[in-house]
Structure formats: structure tokens, C-alpha cells
Design a protein. Structure first.
Lengths: 437, 325
């Protein structure tokens, strides 16, 4: 279905949603030599298409930019590989992925960053960006060589889920990163308050007798980080917020002029601790699924722009990782292929307007990462997602492409499915639905 | 939702006994009535009935226990079952064999019932979801989640002393946060119609949003014991001191220990219970533990009848129904 030489593609009849350029109307998109050359109702002069994609009734938007997906390579290839997960990303309309540094070995040297980027190039299905480790081996104590990591292509730095030894080291890490103009991506969680909690502390933890992770584990960490940022004047990005209170705190900080941003995972906007039911280990995730009130607070934060990006927080696992009593299972959900359909539910439910949603999945995360992606601006790389907003489908294990089948959304019905994905001007995915009919 | 009915077969008969939560009142009463019929056997010369003849019961204990395991074993033997005791120390499962591996190995030996104790909440549910369709799982305690047979022993003891549930005030005193016994008692008491269930402990030992379980929360023992019919004291684990949940046993006894003076706040015919083993001088004074209101030793002797009841009821479930898949 895809050819190896760069070709001229005419995407005809679709509704273009390109929030960065304020476009939401029916237009054609013209691609040549891997770039977008026009978004217009008239073909550029001398444009002879090698192929035409009929996008009538479809939405044509920039390829999605996923701020956080674990591809498990290097180190955990039994869970997934860069090849398997970028193929899944292609089917999900995701063309840019940012990989956090908690691989094995961790991304604390240029060699590991380069290895990941090279493997992604070989797969040719998505551009994989990397976050460098803030501290060596993520030990929370020794600063990594951030200058070299940046030179090797890291688009930011993070300590992933690993805590800092103390707040002084956190301060130094943020200051040193700022000297290299690297954005620090922080998981706000006080590990002492978390206290091995594996579900939200509330009615469900009480009923099931599972150790609770209190909302304060997040809010105490957020307030500490905000106080530090106010003192030292650096930029910071809060990853995967889970509480309504943290959203309010960050909104207030943004209002007072602090340079802080935030993202949320798509599943936190939909699932709550109630979904844990009777120990459903596919709902074991970190930070934990929280209360309905938190979910509403996260949605409000997205709507108001306090939270600027939705990511997948993809964490594929082998089946065994989830086959144990709840607390002994590994946290995380395989989510690449539900990122767009789950997010589209927010539009169908009237929570957010389509352009704003697409922005939070494309050019806003691209801005946060400082990468050139997420728009259909002429001259930009032709990374394009085309989806059928009416198409109904069901998530099933035989159609799931990710190697990780750990999702509580198995057998869910979705409306809206990706039909074509273009990466660097090549059609790398086309939904095989003509055969089905 | 399927999993809520994991414990029942398609005829709504007991298939596994994992938690007292979500079971109907009739079923709990049936357990109590069946146990009542077994108590007479205990007093016969020949203490055996052939209900489980030819069946193999495995006591699968991942956590140390003497009393619970012994009463399950006795119960199984009185029902004429063969009993296999397997103690798996936590260290063994750390060596890479997963719970599922252990389970598959035992299934290969064609066992009919697993009595499971495990240090993790949800372990019994997990095993019930993954075992062969003919196997019944009895939860003998999973983490801080549930210990349903102990709760039913306590319901049985209460019923013997207090005919009606719907007029009672019951106080549970101690480490509610970590107590699987308390959780199972609360669900059972509330299903059986007890209108006033109180939990008494300092805030560090009360779970978040405890009132969502339908209990009244007290931090003061005197207030909490006022006018109650039943007092259930919970065992205090020593590690609660090292994790800064309590300052000392001394202060705990001073504030939450049951003494004769505190007991006087309750109804004159109050009964005092404890799932055992007792820390004398920590949870309660010896004079109360051995005093006229104490029914603690009766609880122990009721253990066998309740476990016989649950074993015989689950073994009668419909083999061809009730499995999820």
C-alpha cells in the first residue's frame, strides 16, 4: 500500500482541521516530496497527483503528537518493541512519539538516545523523540550530562517516576536543565505520601482493602515544585495530572505568570477508580484512576487550557504482568490505539470543541516539546491523520496492533476510526475496511 | 457486572466464598443455619459426615496461620474430605514462581477446593477467576480485603446471644484500616440488618471515607461504646508502631484498650468478641478477656461449624454454570 519513493498525493474532499492555522473547513491537501505544499480547494499549478485519497466525509488533521508512550525498547522487548509500537501508532494516526527516559539502560547517555532514534528510523512509521534522564540512572542524586543529551536530540529531560533524593537536588536539576534551555518534565508525586498505594485513596481503596494513593501525594508535590519554580524562575511541565486540585493549583500559577504547562492521559479523562471494580488489574495505573470529581476537574482543565495536551501514556505489557493479585501487577495501560477514539468521545459528549481537541493532540504537544510537527502548514513535513468520524468499531484483541493487550477498554465500542496515516509524505497505514464490506 | 456474581453459580447458589460483600441476606442466613445443624455433629461420638467424601481440599496458605488453617482442616475432615496442607512462605513466591504457576500445579493434582490465605488483597478473587470450573475457592483471608468465614463465625456467635440483628448496636474497635476481618464483618452486619455499626480508632487506623461502608466513625472509645450490645476488638499488629500510625502500645491501651470500666459504658448484657489471638494488655485487659461478657472461646469453637457449612454449600454448586468465560 505504500511505495518507497516520495510521491505526489492529493487528499480530496475531506474536512481539514488544522488548529495551528485556524482551519476547519472542507479543503484538499496536496503533498509532494514528503511535504505539504498546499491546503486549498485548487490544486497548485502543474500538480499531477500520483495518487488520490478520497477523504469525503472524513477529517484530515495533522498526524498526532503523543507526548508520552513507552515503547519498551531497549530493555523490555518481551513487552513491546519500537517496531511493534510504531506500527500500532501508525494505525492510530500518531506520527510523533515522545519516549520517556526509563528504558533499560535509561536514556542518560547520548548512545541510548541515538539507539532509539535510529531504531525508529528503521521502522519508518513514526518519528520517535526522546526525553533525557535528569539524573544518572534516574537515581535522583547525580545530574546527567544534559548538554550532551540535548546535542543527541533529547527534547527535554525527566526523572520519569523516580523520586529525587531531596528538594535541593530537584532545584539543582531544574536550574541545570534551564541553563541548557531544556524543559523539565515532572511527575508530581510525593513517594512518602503515596506509601505503596496502588489505587486512589477513597471509597474503592477502603472497600477493597488496597493501599490507597491519596490525592495529596500529587498536590503536595505540585505545590512544592511550584514554590521552587517561583523561586528560581525556570520552565516546567507537569506530566499526567490526575487530581482536580492540582489542575486548580497549576491554573493559579499560570495566572500569576509562572511558565508551567501540563498534560493528561486520555484514560484519566474517562476512567475513574470505580472502574477497578473487583480488582481489575488492567485498571492498575500510575498515577491511579481517581474520583469522578477529579475526572471532571481534569476535563475542565483541558477545556480552559490549563492542561494543554492529551497523551496516551502508553504502557504495553506482556500478559503475565497483569496476571497476579492487583497490587503485584505492573501498572500501565496499552493506549496508543485508543488515544484518538477515546478523545473523540469528549467531542461527541460536548465536553470540548473538535478544533480544541485536535490542538491538544497535535500542535500543542508539539509546541511543548519544541518540535516541528502538528500542523498542516505548507512547507511542513506531511504527517497527516485521516479519520472517519462516523465509523463505529470495537476494540478487539485480534485487531489491536500493539504488542500489549493490557487495556480495560477491550470490547468497548468507539465512534471515529483512523482510515489513513501519512508519515513524511508516505501512506504508511490504510484501514483495510474495503475488504470487510 | 459479571465479577460481582463470581461467587454465585447460575442458580444463585454459593460457588466460591470470597467476601461477604454483595451476598444476599438469605444466603448469609443459610450459612448460619447450616452451621447450626453441624454444631450437633461436634458433640457426637463419631464426628464425621460423608458430604465431601472423595473430594480433595487444599489449604493453600501464603501467610502463616495456625488457628484458621487448623479449623479449616478439621472442618474438611469432618466432612470426610481428603486434606492437603500447603504452606508457601512469601520467600518462595519471590523466587519467580507466580501465584498462577502454583495454582496450575495444584490443579494438575485434581483438587476440588482451595482454601486460600494470601498477603495481597484480591488474591482469592484472582484465583477464583483463573481456576478450573469445578474448583471452589474459599477465602481464608486476603491482605486487608476480606476474611468472610471469620466474619460469619462472629455473626453466628452474635446470633446465638442476641436473637435479632435489627435492634443491635455493634462497635468494632481497633485497626480498621488494615483489617480484613473488620471489612467482612461490616458487610455482613449491614446485610443482616444491624442498624448501628460503629468503628472506633484513632484517625490513623480508619480508612479513607470509612462512612461509605455504612458505619459511624468514633475516635473516642467512651463515646463509641455508649449503649452498644456487641463489642468486637481487633488485634493490633506490632508494625503499626514502626510505621508511625501509633506512638506506643501503652498509649493505645490507655485510650482504646477494653477494661472493666470501659465495658460498663455498654449495655449490661454486652458481649465481647475478638478474632484472636489476643494481645492481653494491649487490646484488652485479661479480666475482660476472661470475664463473664467474653464469648471469645465460643467464637473459636464455632469456627469449625461455619467452615463446614461453607464447604458443604460451595461443593453443592452447579458444576455446569457460573464460570465467567
Amino acid at each position: 500500500m505504500s511505495s518507497n519513493h516520495l510521491q505526489r498525493i492529493h487528499i480530496r474532499g475531506g474536512t481539514v482541521v488544522d488548529p495551528a492555522n485556524n482551519i476547519k473547513e472542507q479543503r484538499d491537501v496536496f503533498v509532494s516530496d514528503g511535504k505539504i505544499i498546499a491546503v486549498s480547494n485548487e490544486a497548485p499549478k502543474d500538480f499531477n497527483a500520483d495518487s488520490v485519497i478520497d477523504a469525503t466525509g472524513h477529517i484530515v488533521c495533522p498526524g498526532l503528537v503523543d507526548m508520552c508512550a513507552r515503547l519498551r525498547e531497549p530493555g523490555q522487548e518481551s513487552k513491546a518493541t519500537i517496531a511493534s509500537e510504531t506500527a500500532a501508532a501508525a494505525a492510530a494516526g500518531i506520527t510523533s512519539i515522545c519516549c520517556p527516559p526509563d528504558t533499560n539502560p535509561v536514556i542518560d547517555t547520548p548512545a541510548v538516545a541515538t539507539l532509539i532514534q535510529d531504531k525508529a528510523k528503521d521502522s519508518g512509521k513514526a518519528y520517535v523523540y526522546t526525553l533525557g534522564a535528569l539524573t544518572q540512572e534516574l537515581d535522583g542524586e547525580r545530574l546527567s550530562e544534559m548538554g550532551s543529551l540535548k546535542a543527541a536530540g533529547c527534547v527535554g529531560v525527566s526523572n520519569a517516576y523516580s523520586p529525587f533524593k531531596n528538594t535541593l537536588i530537584l532545584r539543582h536539576a531544574m536550574e541545570y536543565a534551564a541553563s541548557h534551555d531544556l524543559v523539565v518534565h515532572l511527575h508530581a508525586e510525593d513517594t512518602h505520601l503515596r506509601n505503596n498505594g496502588c489505587v486512589h485513596e477513597g471509597q474503592i481503596s477502603t472497600r477493597l482493602g488496597l493501599a490507597g494513593n491519596p490525592s495529596a501525594a500529587e498536590t503536595v508535590a505540585v505545590s512544592q515544585i511550584l514554590a521552587l519554580i517561583e523561586q528560581i524562575g525556570v520552565k516546567a511541565h507537569f506530566c499526567r495530572l490526575s487530581t482536580a486540585r492540582a489542575v486548580q493549583m497549576i491554573a493559579r500559577a499560570q495566572y500569576t505568570g509562572l511558565q508551567v504547562t501540563a498534560d493528561v492521559s486520555a484514560h484519566q479523562l474517562h476512567l475513574t477508580d470505580m472502574d477497578v471494580g473487583y480488582f481489575n488489574s488492567n485498571c492498575h495505573v500510575s498515577p491511579p484512576l481517581r474520583s469522578l470529581r477529579d475526572r471532571e476537574g481534569l476535563r475542565a482543565g483541558l477545556n480552559k487550557g490549563t492542561i494543554s495536551a492529551i497523551c496516551s501514556d502508553h504502557q504495553p505489557h506482556e500478559a503475565d504482568a497483569k496476571l497476579a493479585p492487583f497490587a503485584l501487577t505492573e501498572p500501565g495501560i496499552s493506549t496508543l490505539e485508543t488515544l484518538l477514539p477515546l478523545s473523540l468521545r469528549l467531542v461527541n459528549e460536548g465536553t470540548i470543541e473538535l478544533s480544541a481537541l485536535i490542538a491538544s493532540l497535535t500542535h500543542k504537544p508539539a509546541q511543548l516539546l519544541g518540535i516541528e510537527a502538528g500542523t498542516l502548514t505548507p512547507g511542513a513535513q506531511a504527517d497527516i491523520c485521516i479519520y472517519d468520524p462516523e465509523r463505529e468499531w470495537q476494540l478487539d484483541s485480534d485487531t489491536l496492533r500493539s504488542q500489549g493487550h493490557n487495556t480495560p477498554m477491550m470490547h468497548w465500542q468507539f465512534t471515529g476510526q483512523v482510515t489513513h496515516t501519512l508519515f513524511r509524505g508516505q501512506l504508511i497505514f490504510q484501514l483495510d475496511y474495503l475488504n470487510e464490506q | 457486572m459479571k465479577q460481582q456474581h463470581l461467587q454465585l453459580d447460575n442458580n444463585k447458589r454459593l460457588r466460591h466464598f470470597l467476601t461477604t460483600e454483595g451476598l444476599k441476606r438469605d444466603l448469609l442466613v443459610e450459612i448460619l443455619d447450616t452451621a447450626e445443624s453441624f454444631t450437633s455433629i461436634t458433640h457426637q461420638q463419631v464426628k464425621k459426615v460423608p458430604l465431601l467424601r472423595g473430594k480433595t481440599v487444599v489449604n493453600l496458605f501464603f501467610e502463616a496461620s495456625t488457628r484458621t488453617r487448623t479449623t479449616f482442616e478439621l472442618a474438611a475432615k469432618r466432612l470426610s474430605a481428603d486434606v492437603l496442607n500447603i504452606n508457601v512462605p512469601a520467600s518462595a513466591t519471590n523466587k519467580g514462581e507466580t501465584l498462577l504457576d502454583t495454582l496450575r500445579n495444584l490443579e494438575a493434582m485434581h483438587c476440588d477446593m482451595f482454601v486460600v490465605r494470601h498477603q495481597n488483597s484480591g488474591a482469592a478473587h484472582f484465583i477464583a477467576q483463573h481456576c478450573a470450573p469445578h474448583v471452589s475457592v474459599l477465602n481464608a483471608g486476603d491482605g486487608s480485603h476480606a476474611h468472610p468465614t471469620q466474619a460469619m463465625i462472629d455473626m453466628f456467635t452474635i446470633r446465638r446471644h442476641k436473637q435479632e440483628f435489627h435492634t443491635l448496636s455493634v462497635a468494632i474497635v481497633g485497626d480498621i484500616l488494615h483489617s480484613r476481618v473488620a471489612r467482612s464483618q461490616i458487610h455482613a452486619l449491614s446485610t443482616l440488618g444491624v442498624p448501628d455499626i460503629r468503628v472506633i480508632a484513632p484517625r490513623t487506623l480508619i480508612p479513607a471515607e470509612a462512612s461509605s461502608l455504612g458505619v459511624h466513625v468514633y475516635h473516642d472509645l467512651d463515646q463509641g461504646l455508649d449503649g452498644v450490645d456487641v463489642i468486637i476488638m481487633l488485634r493490633l499488629q506490632r508494625e503499626r508502631m514502626s510505621s508511625a500510625l501509633l506512638p506506643s502500645e501503652h498509649e493505645y491501651f490507655k485510650l482504646y484498650g477494653l477494661t472493666k470500666e470501659k465495658l460498663a459504658l455498654a449495655k449490661p448484657d454486652v458481649i465481647v468478641m475478638h478474632p484472636g489471638p489476643i494481645n492481653r494488655g494491649v487490646e484488652m485487659d485479661s479480666s475482660v478477656a476472661d470475664g463473664e461478657h467474653s464469648v471469645i472461646l465460643q467464637q473459636v469453637s464455632h469456627g469449625i461449624s461455619i467452615r463446614m457449612a461453607v464447604m458443604s454449600m460451595t461443593m453443592q454448586h452447579d458444576l455446569h454454570s457460573g464460570q465467567d468465560t
